[in-house]
Design a protein around this ligand. Structure first.
Ligand SMILES: Nc1nc2c(ncn2[C@@H]2O[C@H](COP(=O)(O)OP(=O)(O)OP(=O)(O)O)[C@@H](O)[C@H]2O)c(=O)[nH]1
Length: 542
Protein backbone atom coordinates (compact mmCIF):
# COMPACT_ATOMS: atom_id res chain seq x y z
CA UNK A 1 0.00 0.00 0.00
CA UNK A 2 2.79 2.34 1.06
CA UNK A 3 4.89 1.62 -2.01
CA UNK A 4 1.86 2.14 -4.20
CA UNK A 5 1.08 5.53 -2.68
CA UNK A 6 4.72 6.65 -2.84
CA UNK A 7 4.96 5.63 -6.50
CA UNK A 8 1.73 7.44 -7.24
CA UNK A 9 2.69 10.66 -5.46
CA UNK A 10 6.08 10.89 -7.17
CA UNK A 11 4.37 10.34 -10.54
CA UNK A 12 1.85 13.05 -9.70
CA UNK A 13 4.52 15.58 -8.81
CA UNK A 14 6.43 14.89 -12.06
CA UNK A 15 3.15 15.39 -13.91
CA UNK A 16 2.49 18.67 -12.11
CA UNK A 17 6.01 19.88 -12.84
CA UNK A 18 5.57 19.03 -16.52
CA UNK A 19 2.24 20.82 -16.57
CA UNK A 20 3.76 23.95 -15.04
CA UNK A 21 6.28 24.20 -17.86
CA UNK A 22 3.92 23.18 -20.59
CA UNK A 23 1.87 26.40 -20.73
CA UNK A 24 4.09 29.28 -19.77
CA UNK A 25 3.00 31.77 -22.45
CA UNK A 26 0.35 34.44 -22.07
CA UNK A 27 -2.65 34.08 -24.36
CA UNK A 28 -5.42 36.47 -25.35
CA UNK A 29 -8.60 36.20 -27.35
CA UNK A 30 -12.10 37.49 -27.91
CA UNK A 31 -14.21 35.28 -25.64
CA UNK A 32 -17.66 36.51 -26.59
CA UNK A 33 -19.20 35.66 -29.97
CA UNK A 34 -18.24 37.21 -33.28
CA UNK A 35 -20.49 39.77 -34.96
CA UNK A 36 -21.86 43.09 -33.79
CA UNK A 37 -22.99 43.15 -30.16
CA UNK A 38 -23.38 45.70 -27.37
CA UNK A 39 -20.48 44.29 -25.37
CA UNK A 40 -17.49 42.12 -26.28
CA UNK A 41 -15.32 40.30 -23.74
CA UNK A 42 -11.60 39.93 -24.39
CA UNK A 43 -9.73 37.60 -22.08
CA UNK A 44 -6.03 37.34 -21.23
CA UNK A 45 -4.40 34.48 -19.27
CA UNK A 46 -0.81 33.79 -18.20
CA UNK A 47 2.12 35.33 -16.36
CA UNK A 48 2.18 38.52 -18.48
CA UNK A 49 -1.45 39.33 -17.79
CA UNK A 50 -0.72 42.04 -15.23
CA UNK A 51 1.69 43.71 -17.69
CA UNK A 52 -1.03 43.65 -20.37
CA UNK A 53 -3.55 45.11 -17.96
CA UNK A 54 -1.28 47.92 -16.81
CA UNK A 55 -0.22 48.71 -20.39
CA UNK A 56 -3.74 49.09 -21.73
CA UNK A 57 -5.18 50.88 -18.70
CA UNK A 58 -2.11 53.04 -18.07
CA UNK A 59 -2.77 52.56 -14.36
CA UNK A 60 -2.18 50.12 -11.51
CA UNK A 61 -3.85 46.76 -11.32
CA UNK A 62 -7.39 47.01 -9.90
CA UNK A 63 -8.60 45.12 -6.84
CA UNK A 64 -9.07 41.37 -7.55
CA UNK A 65 -12.52 40.28 -8.80
CA UNK A 66 -13.88 43.82 -8.72
CA UNK A 67 -15.33 45.49 -11.77
CA UNK A 68 -13.78 48.87 -12.58
CA UNK A 69 -14.49 51.30 -15.38
CA UNK A 70 -11.29 52.20 -17.22
CA UNK A 71 -10.15 54.01 -20.31
CA UNK A 72 -8.20 51.67 -22.58
CA UNK A 73 -5.27 52.98 -24.62
CA UNK A 74 -3.08 51.61 -27.35
CA UNK A 75 0.23 51.21 -25.44
CA UNK A 76 2.28 52.17 -28.52
CA UNK A 77 0.46 55.25 -29.76
CA UNK A 78 -1.25 56.16 -26.45
CA UNK A 79 -4.44 56.69 -28.47
CA UNK A 80 -7.69 56.08 -26.62
CA UNK A 81 -9.31 52.88 -27.92
CA UNK A 82 -12.46 52.68 -25.81
CA UNK A 83 -13.80 52.93 -22.29
CA UNK A 84 -14.88 49.64 -20.71
CA UNK A 85 -15.06 47.42 -17.68
CA UNK A 86 -11.95 45.63 -16.48
CA UNK A 87 -11.66 42.62 -14.20
CA UNK A 88 -8.56 41.13 -12.61
CA UNK A 89 -8.41 37.51 -11.36
CA UNK A 90 -5.00 36.76 -9.85
CA UNK A 91 -3.78 33.14 -9.85
CA UNK A 92 -4.92 30.64 -8.63
CA UNK A 93 -8.49 31.95 -8.23
CA UNK A 94 -9.33 32.21 -11.89
CA UNK A 95 -10.90 30.07 -14.62
CA UNK A 96 -7.53 28.88 -15.90
CA UNK A 97 -5.79 28.91 -12.52
CA UNK A 98 -3.34 31.48 -13.96
CA UNK A 99 -3.46 35.28 -13.74
CA UNK A 100 -6.45 36.28 -15.86
CA UNK A 101 -7.97 39.61 -16.86
CA UNK A 102 -11.03 40.52 -18.85
CA UNK A 103 -11.77 43.64 -20.87
CA UNK A 104 -15.48 44.26 -21.45
CA UNK A 105 -15.50 46.72 -24.32
CA UNK A 106 -18.05 47.97 -26.85
CA UNK A 107 -18.85 45.16 -29.29
CA UNK A 108 -18.03 46.83 -32.63
CA UNK A 109 -15.51 44.98 -34.77
CA UNK A 110 -13.13 47.99 -34.96
CA UNK A 111 -12.98 48.24 -31.16
CA UNK A 112 -12.33 44.51 -30.84
CA UNK A 113 -9.63 44.60 -33.51
CA UNK A 114 -7.92 47.58 -31.85
CA UNK A 115 -7.82 45.89 -28.43
CA UNK A 116 -6.57 42.60 -29.93
CA UNK A 117 -3.97 44.52 -31.96
CA UNK A 118 -2.78 46.36 -28.86
CA UNK A 119 -2.49 43.10 -26.90
CA UNK A 120 -0.64 41.43 -29.80
CA UNK A 121 1.99 44.17 -29.67
CA UNK A 122 2.88 43.40 -26.05
CA UNK A 123 5.92 41.17 -25.85
CA UNK A 124 5.17 37.60 -24.75
CA UNK A 125 1.48 37.67 -25.64
CA UNK A 126 0.12 35.35 -28.29
CA UNK A 127 -3.37 34.64 -29.67
CA UNK A 128 -5.09 31.70 -27.96
CA UNK A 129 -5.74 28.46 -29.84
CA UNK A 130 -9.28 27.01 -29.79
CA UNK A 131 -10.14 25.82 -26.29
CA UNK A 132 -6.76 26.89 -24.90
CA UNK A 133 -8.17 28.69 -21.85
CA UNK A 134 -10.11 25.55 -20.93
CA UNK A 135 -7.10 23.35 -21.64
CA UNK A 136 -5.05 25.40 -19.18
CA UNK A 137 -7.86 25.08 -16.70
CA UNK A 138 -7.68 21.31 -17.09
CA UNK A 139 -3.90 21.22 -16.76
CA UNK A 140 -4.09 23.35 -13.63
CA UNK A 141 -6.57 20.96 -12.02
CA UNK A 142 -9.54 23.33 -12.18
CA UNK A 143 -11.68 20.99 -14.30
CA UNK A 144 -11.41 17.33 -15.17
CA UNK A 145 -12.17 16.07 -18.67
CA UNK A 146 -15.82 15.26 -18.00
CA UNK A 147 -16.31 18.78 -16.65
CA UNK A 148 -14.48 20.19 -19.68
CA UNK A 149 -16.79 18.24 -21.97
CA UNK A 150 -19.80 19.37 -19.92
CA UNK A 151 -18.69 22.95 -20.47
CA UNK A 152 -18.30 22.27 -24.21
CA UNK A 153 -21.80 20.78 -24.31
CA UNK A 154 -23.18 23.79 -22.45
CA UNK A 155 -21.70 26.16 -25.01
CA UNK A 156 -23.28 24.10 -27.81
CA UNK A 157 -26.59 23.47 -25.99
CA UNK A 158 -29.57 24.67 -28.01
CA UNK A 159 -32.45 23.26 -26.01
CA UNK A 160 -33.52 23.29 -22.39
CA UNK A 161 -32.96 19.57 -21.85
CA UNK A 162 -29.48 19.79 -23.39
CA UNK A 163 -28.66 22.73 -21.13
CA UNK A 164 -29.80 20.84 -18.03
CA UNK A 165 -27.70 17.81 -18.87
CA UNK A 166 -24.65 19.92 -19.70
CA UNK A 167 -24.85 22.02 -16.53
CA UNK A 168 -25.10 18.89 -14.45
CA UNK A 169 -22.00 17.46 -16.07
CA UNK A 170 -20.10 20.76 -15.89
CA UNK A 171 -20.91 20.95 -12.18
CA UNK A 172 -19.10 17.64 -11.71
CA UNK A 173 -21.88 15.04 -11.34
CA UNK A 174 -20.28 12.59 -13.77
CA UNK A 175 -16.86 13.41 -12.46
CA UNK A 176 -17.96 12.51 -8.91
CA UNK A 177 -19.47 9.24 -10.09
CA UNK A 178 -16.38 8.17 -12.02
CA UNK A 179 -13.99 9.35 -9.32
CA UNK A 180 -15.94 7.35 -6.75
CA UNK A 181 -15.55 4.24 -8.92
CA UNK A 182 -11.87 4.97 -9.42
CA UNK A 183 -11.25 5.41 -5.68
CA UNK A 184 -13.11 2.20 -4.89
CA UNK A 185 -10.98 0.36 -7.42
CA UNK A 186 -7.82 1.92 -6.03
CA UNK A 187 -8.79 0.57 -2.63
CA UNK A 188 -9.33 -2.87 -4.13
CA UNK A 189 -5.98 -2.90 -5.88
CA UNK A 190 -4.24 -1.65 -2.74
CA UNK A 191 -5.75 -4.54 -0.79
CA UNK A 192 -4.78 -7.10 -3.40
CA UNK A 193 -1.22 -5.76 -3.58
CA UNK A 194 -0.97 -5.74 0.20
CA UNK A 195 -2.15 -9.35 0.21
CA UNK A 196 0.48 -10.26 -2.39
CA UNK A 197 3.22 -8.48 -0.40
CA UNK A 198 2.35 -9.57 3.11
CA UNK A 199 0.17 -12.65 3.17
CA UNK A 200 3.07 -14.97 3.84
CA UNK A 201 3.85 -13.16 7.11
CA UNK A 202 0.23 -13.64 8.09
CA UNK A 203 0.11 -9.94 8.58
CA UNK A 204 -3.02 -9.39 6.61
CA UNK A 205 -6.60 -9.65 7.70
CA UNK A 206 -8.54 -12.76 6.81
CA UNK A 207 -11.13 -12.36 4.09
CA UNK A 208 -9.51 -9.40 2.39
CA UNK A 209 -9.73 -11.02 -1.05
CA UNK A 210 -13.36 -11.99 -0.48
CA UNK A 211 -14.11 -8.37 0.27
CA UNK A 212 -12.35 -7.28 -2.91
CA UNK A 213 -14.34 -9.84 -4.87
CA UNK A 214 -17.64 -8.51 -3.44
CA UNK A 215 -16.63 -4.92 -4.20
CA UNK A 216 -15.50 -5.72 -7.74
CA UNK A 217 -18.76 -7.52 -8.45
CA UNK A 218 -20.80 -4.61 -7.04
CA UNK A 219 -18.87 -2.05 -9.01
CA UNK A 220 -19.13 -4.08 -12.20
CA UNK A 221 -22.90 -4.18 -11.77
CA UNK A 222 -23.06 -0.40 -11.28
CA UNK A 223 -20.98 0.22 -14.41
CA UNK A 224 -23.03 -2.21 -16.49
CA UNK A 225 -26.22 -0.46 -15.31
CA UNK A 226 -24.75 2.89 -16.25
CA UNK A 227 -23.89 1.50 -19.70
CA UNK A 228 -27.40 0.09 -20.25
CA UNK A 229 -28.92 3.50 -20.83
CA UNK A 230 -30.00 3.17 -24.47
CA UNK A 231 -27.58 6.00 -25.21
CA UNK A 232 -30.00 8.56 -23.75
CA UNK A 233 -27.34 11.05 -22.76
CA UNK A 234 -25.57 10.88 -26.10
CA UNK A 235 -28.86 11.29 -27.97
CA UNK A 236 -29.76 14.30 -25.87
CA UNK A 237 -26.36 15.88 -26.42
CA UNK A 238 -26.24 15.36 -30.19
CA UNK A 239 -29.96 15.30 -31.11
CA UNK A 240 -32.37 12.43 -31.71
CA UNK A 241 -32.91 11.34 -35.32
CA UNK A 242 -36.52 11.54 -36.43
CA UNK A 243 -37.18 10.42 -39.99
CA UNK A 244 -40.34 11.00 -42.05
CA UNK A 245 -41.04 8.20 -44.54
CA UNK A 246 -44.00 7.14 -46.64
CA UNK A 247 -45.28 6.81 -50.20
CA UNK A 248 -44.90 9.77 -52.59
CA UNK A 249 -47.25 12.73 -52.41
CA UNK A 250 -48.73 11.98 -48.99
CA UNK A 251 -47.49 15.24 -47.46
CA UNK A 252 -44.11 14.33 -45.93
CA UNK A 253 -42.45 17.58 -47.00
CA UNK A 254 -45.53 19.53 -45.91
CA UNK A 255 -45.19 17.95 -42.46
CA UNK A 256 -41.49 18.78 -42.21
CA UNK A 257 -42.16 22.40 -43.22
CA UNK A 258 -44.98 22.64 -40.69
CA UNK A 259 -42.80 21.30 -37.89
CA UNK A 260 -39.83 23.54 -38.64
CA UNK A 261 -42.07 26.48 -39.58
CA UNK A 262 -40.17 27.35 -42.73
CA UNK A 263 -40.15 26.12 -46.34
CA UNK A 264 -37.15 23.83 -45.86
CA UNK A 265 -38.42 21.22 -48.36
CA UNK A 266 -40.11 21.69 -51.74
CA UNK A 267 -43.83 20.90 -51.75
CA UNK A 268 -45.57 20.01 -55.01
CA UNK A 269 -48.50 17.92 -56.25
CA UNK A 270 -46.06 15.97 -58.46
CA UNK A 271 -45.30 12.61 -56.90
CA UNK A 272 -41.59 11.99 -56.37
CA UNK A 273 -40.59 15.64 -55.81
CA UNK A 274 -38.27 14.96 -52.88
CA UNK A 275 -35.27 13.02 -54.14
CA UNK A 276 -32.66 13.42 -51.43
CA UNK A 277 -32.80 13.57 -47.64
CA UNK A 278 -33.67 17.07 -46.37
CA UNK A 279 -32.52 17.50 -42.78
CA UNK A 280 -33.36 20.23 -40.34
CA UNK A 281 -32.63 20.72 -36.64
CA UNK A 282 -35.54 21.55 -34.34
CA UNK A 283 -36.40 21.94 -30.72
CA UNK A 284 -39.43 19.85 -29.84
CA UNK A 285 -40.57 20.19 -26.24
CA UNK A 286 -37.06 21.22 -25.16
CA UNK A 287 -35.41 18.23 -26.86
CA UNK A 288 -33.03 18.49 -29.82
CA UNK A 289 -34.40 16.76 -32.92
CA UNK A 290 -32.72 16.19 -36.26
CA UNK A 291 -35.73 15.83 -38.53
CA UNK A 292 -35.34 14.32 -42.01
CA UNK A 293 -37.76 14.37 -44.92
CA UNK A 294 -37.09 11.58 -47.41
CA UNK A 295 -37.95 10.52 -50.95
CA UNK A 296 -41.37 8.88 -51.36
CA UNK A 297 -41.10 5.09 -51.35
CA UNK A 298 -42.35 3.37 -54.48
CA UNK A 299 -41.31 1.06 -57.30
CA UNK A 300 -39.44 3.11 -59.88
CA UNK A 301 -37.10 2.71 -62.82
CA UNK A 302 -35.66 6.19 -62.35
CA UNK A 303 -32.05 5.75 -61.18
CA UNK A 304 -31.92 9.04 -59.28
CA UNK A 305 -35.21 8.34 -57.52
CA UNK A 306 -34.03 4.84 -56.62
CA UNK A 307 -30.91 6.31 -55.06
CA UNK A 308 -33.17 8.70 -53.10
CA UNK A 309 -35.29 5.77 -51.92
CA UNK A 310 -32.19 3.86 -50.84
CA UNK A 311 -31.07 6.89 -48.86
CA UNK A 312 -34.54 7.19 -47.33
CA UNK A 313 -34.47 3.58 -46.17
CA UNK A 314 -30.95 3.95 -44.82
CA UNK A 315 -31.99 7.01 -42.86
CA UNK A 316 -35.08 5.24 -41.51
CA UNK A 317 -32.92 2.37 -40.35
CA UNK A 318 -30.77 4.71 -38.28
CA UNK A 319 -33.72 6.66 -36.90
CA UNK A 320 -34.56 6.88 -33.22
CA UNK A 321 -38.14 7.62 -34.24
CA UNK A 322 -39.77 7.01 -37.61
CA UNK A 323 -42.86 8.93 -38.66
CA UNK A 324 -44.68 6.93 -41.33
CA UNK A 325 -47.00 9.23 -43.30
CA UNK A 326 -49.97 7.76 -45.16
CA UNK A 327 -52.71 9.70 -46.85
CA UNK A 328 -56.26 9.48 -45.59
CA UNK A 329 -58.11 9.28 -48.95
CA UNK A 330 -56.16 6.21 -50.15
CA UNK A 331 -56.42 4.60 -46.72
CA UNK A 332 -60.17 5.22 -46.73
CA UNK A 333 -60.52 3.76 -50.23
CA UNK A 334 -58.79 0.59 -49.09
CA UNK A 335 -60.93 0.23 -45.99
CA UNK A 336 -64.21 0.94 -47.75
CA UNK A 337 -66.30 -2.17 -48.14
CA UNK A 338 -63.45 -4.50 -47.32
CA UNK A 339 -63.80 -6.74 -44.36
CA UNK A 340 -60.39 -7.34 -42.95
CA UNK A 341 -58.87 -6.39 -39.66
CA UNK A 342 -57.02 -3.16 -39.05
CA UNK A 343 -53.85 -5.06 -38.31
CA UNK A 344 -53.89 -6.67 -41.74
CA UNK A 345 -54.66 -3.37 -43.38
CA UNK A 346 -51.89 -1.52 -41.67
CA UNK A 347 -49.48 -4.33 -42.28
CA UNK A 348 -50.34 -4.17 -45.96
CA UNK A 349 -49.83 -0.43 -46.00
CA UNK A 350 -46.43 -0.81 -44.42
CA UNK A 351 -45.62 -3.66 -46.77
CA UNK A 352 -46.50 -1.36 -49.65
CA UNK A 353 -44.11 1.22 -48.28
CA UNK A 354 -41.25 -1.13 -47.67
CA UNK A 355 -42.12 -3.26 -50.71
CA UNK A 356 -41.62 -6.71 -49.28
CA UNK A 357 -43.40 -9.76 -47.99
CA UNK A 358 -42.34 -12.60 -45.73
CA UNK A 359 -40.82 -14.72 -48.50
CA UNK A 360 -39.06 -11.77 -50.02
CA UNK A 361 -37.65 -10.87 -46.66
CA UNK A 362 -36.10 -14.30 -46.19
CA UNK A 363 -34.58 -14.16 -49.65
CA UNK A 364 -33.43 -10.61 -49.18
CA UNK A 365 -31.87 -11.23 -45.81
CA UNK A 366 -29.86 -14.05 -47.39
CA UNK A 367 -28.75 -11.60 -50.03
CA UNK A 368 -27.66 -9.09 -47.47
CA UNK A 369 -25.69 -11.62 -45.52
CA UNK A 370 -23.69 -12.36 -48.63
CA UNK A 371 -23.36 -8.91 -50.15
CA UNK A 372 -24.73 -5.50 -49.49
CA UNK A 373 -25.43 -4.75 -53.16
CA UNK A 374 -26.67 -7.31 -55.68
CA UNK A 375 -27.77 -6.90 -59.27
CA UNK A 376 -31.27 -7.15 -60.68
CA UNK A 377 -31.94 -9.20 -63.80
CA UNK A 378 -31.41 -6.17 -65.98
CA UNK A 379 -28.05 -5.61 -64.36
CA UNK A 380 -29.05 -2.56 -62.31
CA UNK A 381 -27.80 -2.30 -58.75
CA UNK A 382 -30.40 -3.45 -56.23
CA UNK A 383 -30.97 -1.39 -53.10
CA UNK A 384 -29.76 -3.00 -49.89
CA UNK A 385 -32.92 -4.89 -49.09
CA UNK A 386 -32.00 -5.32 -45.48
CA UNK A 387 -33.67 -1.97 -44.84
CA UNK A 388 -37.00 -3.15 -46.13
CA UNK A 389 -37.70 -4.98 -42.90
CA UNK A 390 -38.25 -1.71 -41.07
CA UNK A 391 -41.82 -1.27 -40.01
CA UNK A 392 -42.79 -4.89 -40.35
CA UNK A 393 -41.20 -5.70 -37.02
CA UNK A 394 -43.63 -3.41 -35.36
CA UNK A 395 -46.57 -5.20 -36.89
CA UNK A 396 -45.57 -8.82 -36.79
CA UNK A 397 -43.25 -10.41 -34.30
CA UNK A 398 -43.41 -13.67 -36.22
CA UNK A 399 -40.99 -12.16 -38.71
CA UNK A 400 -38.09 -14.24 -37.49
CA UNK A 401 -35.66 -13.27 -40.22
CA UNK A 402 -36.39 -9.61 -39.79
CA UNK A 403 -35.95 -9.94 -36.10
CA UNK A 404 -32.59 -11.60 -36.34
CA UNK A 405 -31.38 -8.95 -38.68
CA UNK A 406 -32.47 -6.29 -36.27
CA UNK A 407 -31.05 -7.73 -33.10
CA UNK A 408 -28.75 -4.75 -33.06
CA UNK A 409 -31.64 -2.38 -33.74
CA UNK A 410 -31.98 0.31 -31.14
CA UNK A 411 -34.93 -0.23 -28.81
CA UNK A 412 -36.04 3.33 -29.48
CA UNK A 413 -36.68 2.72 -33.16
CA UNK A 414 -40.24 3.82 -32.43
CA UNK A 415 -42.81 4.51 -35.07
CA UNK A 416 -45.71 6.92 -35.30
CA UNK A 417 -48.23 6.47 -38.10
CA UNK A 418 -49.55 9.79 -39.40
CA UNK A 419 -52.70 9.71 -41.51
CA UNK A 420 -52.50 13.02 -43.38
CA UNK A 421 -54.95 14.91 -45.62
CA UNK A 422 -57.86 14.25 -43.28
CA UNK A 423 -59.45 17.44 -44.67
CA UNK A 424 -60.05 15.63 -47.97
CA UNK A 425 -62.30 12.99 -46.45
CA UNK A 426 -65.98 13.38 -47.01
CA UNK A 427 -66.76 10.33 -44.89
CA UNK A 428 -65.35 9.79 -41.41
CA UNK A 429 -62.33 7.53 -40.97
CA UNK A 430 -62.09 6.20 -37.46
CA UNK A 431 -58.34 6.10 -37.12
CA UNK A 432 -58.63 5.17 -33.44
CA UNK A 433 -59.51 1.73 -34.70
CA UNK A 434 -56.00 1.58 -36.16
CA UNK A 435 -54.38 1.92 -32.73
CA UNK A 436 -52.09 -1.02 -32.23
CA UNK A 437 -49.68 -2.01 -29.55
CA UNK A 438 -46.45 0.00 -29.96
CA UNK A 439 -47.91 2.02 -32.83
CA UNK A 440 -49.66 5.33 -32.45
CA UNK A 441 -51.85 6.62 -35.23
CA UNK A 442 -52.21 10.38 -35.51
CA UNK A 443 -54.83 11.85 -37.85
CA UNK A 444 -53.58 15.08 -39.40
CA UNK A 445 -54.18 17.75 -41.96
CA UNK A 446 -51.11 19.73 -42.94
CA UNK A 447 -53.42 22.07 -44.83
CA UNK A 448 -55.69 23.05 -41.93
CA UNK A 449 -53.20 22.29 -39.16
CA UNK A 450 -55.71 20.07 -37.40
CA UNK A 451 -54.04 17.31 -35.41
CA UNK A 452 -50.63 19.04 -35.48
CA UNK A 453 -50.66 19.89 -31.78
CA UNK A 454 -51.42 16.27 -30.84
CA UNK A 455 -48.68 15.04 -33.16
CA UNK A 456 -46.12 17.42 -31.65
CA UNK A 457 -47.13 16.21 -28.18
CA UNK A 458 -46.70 12.62 -29.31
CA UNK A 459 -43.24 13.32 -30.75
CA UNK A 460 -42.34 15.20 -27.59
CA UNK A 461 -43.31 12.27 -25.38
CA UNK A 462 -41.23 9.94 -27.58
CA UNK A 463 -38.31 12.33 -27.10
CA UNK A 464 -38.71 12.08 -23.34
CA UNK A 465 -38.36 8.32 -23.66
CA UNK A 466 -35.46 8.53 -26.08
CA UNK A 467 -33.43 11.20 -24.28
CA UNK A 468 -34.57 10.64 -20.69
CA UNK A 469 -34.88 13.23 -17.94
CA UNK A 470 -31.44 14.82 -17.56
CA UNK A 471 -32.10 15.76 -13.94
CA UNK A 472 -33.38 12.39 -12.71
CA UNK A 473 -31.23 9.69 -11.15
CA UNK A 474 -27.56 9.21 -11.88
CA UNK A 475 -26.03 11.53 -14.49
CA UNK A 476 -26.21 10.17 -18.04
CA UNK A 477 -23.31 8.86 -20.03
CA UNK A 478 -22.90 11.58 -22.64
CA UNK A 479 -19.92 10.69 -24.83
CA UNK A 480 -19.05 7.63 -26.89
CA UNK A 481 -15.51 7.68 -25.51
CA UNK A 482 -16.82 7.19 -21.96
CA UNK A 483 -18.72 4.14 -23.22
CA UNK A 484 -15.57 2.68 -24.78
CA UNK A 485 -13.51 3.15 -21.62
CA UNK A 486 -16.25 1.81 -19.38
CA UNK A 487 -16.68 -1.28 -21.54
CA UNK A 488 -12.90 -1.83 -21.34
CA UNK A 489 -13.14 -1.33 -17.59
CA UNK A 490 -15.86 -4.00 -17.28
CA UNK A 491 -13.74 -6.38 -19.37
CA UNK A 492 -10.77 -5.76 -17.08
CA UNK A 493 -12.93 -6.43 -14.01
CA UNK A 494 -14.12 -9.69 -15.56
CA UNK A 495 -10.50 -10.59 -16.20
CA UNK A 496 -9.78 -9.94 -12.53
CA UNK A 497 -12.64 -12.22 -11.52
CA UNK A 498 -11.37 -14.89 -13.85
CA UNK A 499 -7.77 -14.70 -12.60
CA UNK A 500 -8.18 -14.00 -8.89
CA UNK A 501 -8.01 -17.64 -7.83
CA UNK A 502 -5.32 -18.62 -10.32
CA UNK A 503 -2.80 -15.82 -10.61
CA UNK A 504 -3.19 -12.93 -8.20
CA UNK A 505 -0.37 -10.89 -9.72
CA UNK A 506 -2.02 -10.96 -13.14
CA UNK A 507 -5.39 -10.34 -11.53
CA UNK A 508 -4.01 -7.21 -9.83
CA UNK A 509 -2.70 -6.06 -13.18
CA UNK A 510 -6.24 -6.37 -14.61
CA UNK A 511 -7.55 -4.22 -11.75
CA UNK A 512 -4.95 -1.57 -12.46
CA UNK A 513 -6.00 -1.61 -16.10
CA UNK A 514 -9.63 -1.06 -15.02
CA UNK A 515 -8.49 1.98 -13.01
CA UNK A 516 -6.58 3.33 -16.00
CA UNK A 517 -9.70 3.09 -18.15
CA UNK A 518 -11.70 5.26 -15.74
CA UNK A 519 -8.74 7.60 -15.42
CA UNK A 520 -8.84 8.10 -19.19
CA UNK A 521 -12.42 9.36 -18.92
CA UNK A 522 -11.69 11.96 -16.27
CA UNK A 523 -8.24 12.82 -17.60
CA UNK A 524 -6.35 11.45 -14.59
CA UNK A 525 -4.63 9.45 -17.34
CA UNK A 526 -4.32 11.38 -20.59
CA UNK A 527 -2.16 12.00 -23.62
CA UNK A 528 -1.74 15.19 -25.63
CA UNK A 529 -3.22 13.41 -28.68
CA UNK A 530 -6.48 12.69 -26.84
CA UNK A 531 -6.60 16.17 -25.37
CA UNK A 532 -6.14 17.68 -28.82
CA UNK A 533 -9.20 15.79 -30.05
CA UNK A 534 -11.29 16.89 -27.07
CA UNK A 535 -10.29 20.54 -27.18
CA UNK A 536 -10.49 20.74 -30.98
CA UNK A 537 -14.28 21.18 -30.72
CA UNK A 538 -13.95 24.24 -28.51
CA UNK A 539 -14.12 27.69 -29.98
CA UNK A 540 -11.35 30.26 -29.78
CA UNK A 541 -11.66 32.27 -26.60
CA UNK A 542 -13.02 29.41 -24.51
N1 LIG B 1 -55.56 18.63 -48.99
C1 LIG B 1 -54.39 18.45 -48.48
N2 LIG B 1 -53.29 18.48 -49.25
C2 LIG B 1 -52.10 18.28 -48.70
C3 LIG B 1 -51.94 18.04 -47.31
N3 LIG B 1 -50.63 17.88 -47.06
C4 LIG B 1 -49.99 18.04 -48.24
N4 LIG B 1 -50.87 18.27 -49.22
C5 LIG B 1 -50.59 18.46 -50.64
O1 LIG B 1 -50.12 17.23 -51.16
C6 LIG B 1 -49.16 17.46 -52.19
C7 LIG B 1 -47.90 16.69 -51.87
O2 LIG B 1 -47.33 17.25 -50.72
P1 LIG B 1 -45.79 17.03 -50.35
O3 LIG B 1 -45.59 17.58 -49.00
O4 LIG B 1 -44.92 17.54 -51.43
O5 LIG B 1 -45.78 15.45 -50.33
P2 LIG B 1 -44.52 14.45 -50.20
O6 LIG B 1 -45.01 13.25 -49.50
O7 LIG B 1 -43.35 15.15 -49.62
O8 LIG B 1 -44.26 14.13 -51.72
P3 LIG B 1 -42.98 13.48 -52.45
O9 LIG B 1 -41.92 14.52 -52.54
O10 LIG B 1 -43.53 13.08 -53.77
O11 LIG B 1 -42.54 12.28 -51.66
C8 LIG B 1 -48.97 18.97 -52.24
O12 LIG B 1 -49.74 19.48 -53.28
C9 LIG B 1 -49.47 19.45 -50.89
O13 LIG B 1 -49.95 20.78 -50.93
C10 LIG B 1 -53.12 18.00 -46.50
O14 LIG B 1 -53.12 17.79 -45.29
N5 LIG B 1 -54.32 18.21 -47.15
Amino acid sequence: MHTLCRRKSSRTSVLLLLQQFRHHGTIYSLSSGFGKAGVAVIRVSGPQTSTALKSLCKSDIPKPRTVVLKKLFDPESSELIDRGLVLWFPSPHSFTGEDVCEFHVHGGSAVISAVLHALGNIQGLEPAAPGEFTKRSFHNGKLDLTEVEGLGALIHAETEAQRRQAVRQMEGDLSRLYNDWRLRLLKCVANVEAYIDFSEDDNIEEGVLDEVQVNVQKLKKEIVNHLSDNRRGERLRTGAHVVIVGPPNVGKSSLLNHLCQRPAAIISPTAGTTRDVVETALNIGGFPVLLSDTAGLRETEDVVEREGILRALNRAKQADLTIVVLDAPSLWKRMEGEDFSMITLLKEQLTDIYGTNENDTTRQSQNTQNQSTSLTQDGQPFQNLDHQCIGLNAVSDTHETCHNLHEEEEPFAEKIIVVNKMDLLTQPLDVRRLDLERLTVCPLSCTTGEGMEELVERISSSMKQICGNPLAGNPSLTHARYRTHLKNCVEALEKYQDLQNRDLVLAARALRSAIRQIGKITGAVSSEAILDVIFRDFCIGK
